[in-house]
Each structure stands twice: as structure tokens, then as C-alpha cells.
Design a protein around this ligand. Structure first.
Ligand SMILES: [Zn+2]
Length: 428
């Protein structure tokens, strides 16, 4: 049996170990201060212990000072195992999780892993502990089998992914820029499909708009004496949703969904009593834009639509940009932008018997931060897509299978840097 097959077979047999690792880390919570937590320090210390036990000696910290948590910092761990080639396979997992949400919606305690056959339930078991567990299983397997990998292995355990990554990957890339080469492979297992057949190589642009309507408050029994800002705001929400979709109708089959989206989302509380006609209304519009649709053009059209509603309803409507982020790749199907793709597709096919396709998504992952620094990143995992939900769950078979995919990539001969040909090597 080849070393590659031996490693994959070993990882696929780690079901019990995966269940233990998940249960131990779920109990450590790791909520950011925005979510009322104390950050990831306890979890990071636990992971460092696991890495030490797996004889990983090159372990560095890139902690980000954060006075909002008791320990004063948010931890980031960068662990490396040397390989035969100069290339490193980087795998990224975030340690923080989101709150449990409505406790009553859970069948059991979100912070105590419950197991039902292949499935484990608990907050964070999928997002992103599935990846982190796979990363640890891989390090443990290399030690157990005495394997020196072909690619160097780089494991990055990050803080603050759920609240913007400023204390997480952004801080790591700012602090240790020389560690990350454009020749390396970058895998972010933090999104995916249930069959493992989607490799995310592009993300839509983001434009978050705050829409403030100002009318005139009065008693609700005499609405003609005021200007109902809620009514006008509601009309603006519908007009923006429908009007922007009509103005920016292009399809791009790479993306799921294949169109730009314009979703009214958050709405600010207004008056306290039923008999008050509201004089102010505030809501937000979350736009996810295909690369064909520049944020400036969408903003300009949104202001035109808002002005039409304002005129019709006799109110003032202001449209402000709350957040904007460009699309993370404009021509994502170029293999040059993701040299890891062929090797990843081979590894996924070997483990899961499906051939993955490149896709684009509307969501944002930390891969955008890597791509912005010209580090070619892909996002892939085989997940149930229950993250942030009550009864979040993960499949132990997927955890071990994803780890086996990581292992095959680590020992892959394919996808050699320019100058070496892939043909002939791939099956050597
Ligand atoms: Zn995540």
C-alpha cells in the first residue's frame, strides 16, 4: 500500500478520536466579546497541547491585543510541519463559534456534544470544528505513522472569524507576511456542499446599505397630519428589492445563486405604542453582487429608487453605505488563480467518489483576505450546512473523510509548481 493510501486509511478510521476531539472543544465555548464571550484563549491552549502531543514543534502565536477579553488578547496559532518540497499546504480553521441562540430550539445542551450514530450535535461541531478536528487528526496521523510529507504542512488556528477576522486571519497575515508565499496551496474548509462536490473559488461583492426614512410623527388616528415613515420605508424596501433586481439582471452560472441579490434584512425598532404614527424608519439592505455589477452603480440606482419613493410619500429617504467589499476574484475559473484545484479535485474524488466543480458564492469567507494578498485560496469541505442553526450537527464520516482529503493533498505529486509537469507524476 502506498503511503498516501495508508495515511488516508488511517484517517478514515479515526471516528472515535474525532468524536472525542469535538466533545472536548465544544465544552470550551470560545465566543467573541461581541457575543458576550471571553474569546478563544482556553481553546487555543487546548489545541497547543494537542499539537505538542503530536510532536509538532514549530508552533508560533500571532496573538492580537484585545482589551475586551479578560486575558487581553485573541489567540492565533501557526503550526508547521516540514515537507520534502518547498511548497506548503496551508489549512485554516477558526476556533471561535457563534452563540447557541434560542436554547429551547435545541434538543439537548448545545455545549455538550450529543452523538447519534454518525452524527454529533453541538454548537460549533460543524462551523468550524469539523475543519479544526481534521487538521489535528492530520497532525496526529503524521506522528503516528512517522510520515514526512511531500508538501510542508501549515495549520492556522484563527480567532475572530465570526465577527470580522480583524483579530484573526487579518492579524496573522499582517504579523507574519513572510510565511505565506503565492507558490503555496491555501485551503479554507469553512463552506461546502453535502456531497463535497463544490470548490468555492469566488465570492460576490458585498454592499450593505442603511436606508433612513424621515417623515413626521403624529397621533395614529389622524395620519393625514403626519408622514408615516414606516409606510414609506416599507415601500422603499419593496421598491429597492424589486427595482435593483430589474436593473441588474445578469446571470453568471458559476455562482450560487447565479444572480446578484438585494435582501432587506435588519429593521430598527420604531415607536413604542400602536397609536403613534412613526416619524422615522431605518432598515438595511444586504446586496451580494456579481462582478459584473459594480457597487457604485448599484448605489446610484438605489438612491434614484429611494428618491422616487420619497417624492411619492412626502418623506425624506437617505441611503448610506454601511459596508462594502469587492468580489474576491473577478475571473475565478482561471486555473492559475487556484493551482490547488486539480490536486484537490483528485483527492476529493479518491475519498468521496465525486468530481468537484468550481463555484462562486454570495457569502464571505476568510479566503477573500488571502486572495486580496494574492494568495490563491479555495474553500472546500463536505458538510451538512447546519452552521449557526439550532441542533448544529456534523458527520463523523465527513470529519474523517475531509481529513483524508487533506492527507492526500499533503502527499500529492500532482499540481507541481511551474517547470515540473503533472503528467507521469500523478500516478507515479
Ligand atoms: Zn465558519
Amino acid at each position: 500500500m502506498s503511503q498516501r493510501d495508508a495515511l488516508a486509511r488511517h484517517l478514515l478510521a479515526q471516528t472515535e478520536r474525532a468524536a472525542t476531539l469535538e466533545a472536548e472543544r465544544t465544552a470550551l465555548h470560545a465566543l467573541g466579546p461581541e457575543n458576550g464571550g471571553q474569546g478563544e484563549a482556553e481553546k487555543a491552549a487546548f489545541i497547543e497541547g494537542l499539537l505538542a502531543a503530536a510532536k509538532v514543534t514549530d508552533v508560533r502565536r500571532a496573538d492580537s491585543p484585545d482589551a475586551r477579553v479578560a486575558c487581553g488578547f485573541r489567540p492565533n496559532i501557526v503550526a508547521r510541519v516540514p515537507g520534502e518540497s518547498s511548497r506548503t499546504l496551508w489549512i485554516f480553521g477558526h476556533m471561535d463559534v457563534v452563540p447557541a441562540g434560542d436554547r429551547a430550539a435545541w434538543k439537548s445542551d448545545p455545549w455538550r456534544v450529543r452523538r447519534e450514530g454518525d452524527l454529533i450535535y453541538g454548537r460549533g461541531v460543524e462551523d468550524n470544528q469539523q475543519a479544526v478536528t481534521g487538521m489535528i487528526l492530520l497532525a496526529e496521523a503524521l506522528a503516528a505513522l512517522g510520515i514526512r510529507p511531500r508538501q510542508g504542512l501549515g495549520l492556522v488556528f484563527m480567532a475572530d472569524e465570526e465577527c470580522g477576522s480583524r483579530h484573526g486571519l487579518a492579524h496573522v497575515l499582517d504579523t507574519l507576511p513572510e510565511d505565506f508565499s503565492p507558490e503555496d496551496w491555501y485551503l479554507v474548509p469553512d463552506s461546502g456542499s453535502s456531497r463535497g462536490d463544490a470548490v468555492e473559488m469566488a465570492e460576490k461583492g458585498q454592499l450593505w446599505l442603511k436606508v433612513t426614512t424621515k417623515g413626521k410623527q403624529c397621533h395614529a388616528s389622524t395620519p393625514h397630519k403626519g408622514a408615516n415613515a414606516f409606510l414609506a420605508g416599507a415601500e422603499a424596501a419593496v421598491a429597492l428589492h424589486d427595482g435593483l433586481a430589474a436593473a441588474f439582471p445578469e446571470h453568471d452560472g458559476l455562482y450560487r445563486p447565479p444572480v446578484s441579490t438585494f435582501a432587506p434584512t435588519r429593521h430598527e425598532a420604531n415607536v413604542d405604542a400602536v397609536n403613534i404614527l412613526p416619524g422615522k424608519d431605518v432598515f438595511w439592505l444586504d446586496c451580494r453582487l456579481l462582478p459584473a455589477h459594480p457597487a457604485e452603480a448599484v448605489l446610484a440606482r438605489a438612491r434614484e429608487i429611494a428618491a422616487e419613493v420619497a417624492e411619492r410619500r412626502g418623506v425624506g429617504i437617505e441611503v448610506e453605505v454601511e459596508h462594502t467589499q469587492p468580489p474576491s476574484l473577478t475571473r475565478p475559473d482561471l486555473p492559475a488563480h487556484a493551482p490547488l484545484f486539480p490536486a484537490l479535485a483528485d483527492a476529493v474524488e479518491a475519498v468521496y467518489h465525486v468530481r468537484p466543480k468550481p463555484v462562486g458564492i454570495g457569502g464571505a469567507t476568510v479566503a477573500a483576505l488571502l486572495r486580496a494578498r494574492h494568495l490563491p485560496a479555495v474553500v472546500w469541505s463536505r458538510i451538512l450546512n447546519t452552521c449557526h442553526q439550532p441542533d448544529e450537527r456534523a458527520s463523523l464520516a465527513n470529519i474523517c473523510g475531509d481529513a483524508a482529503v487533506f492527507g492526500r493533498l499533503l502527499l500529492a505529486h500532482a499540481g507541481a509548481p511551474a517547470g515540473e509537469t503533472r503528467a507521469g507524476e500523478a500516478h507515479a
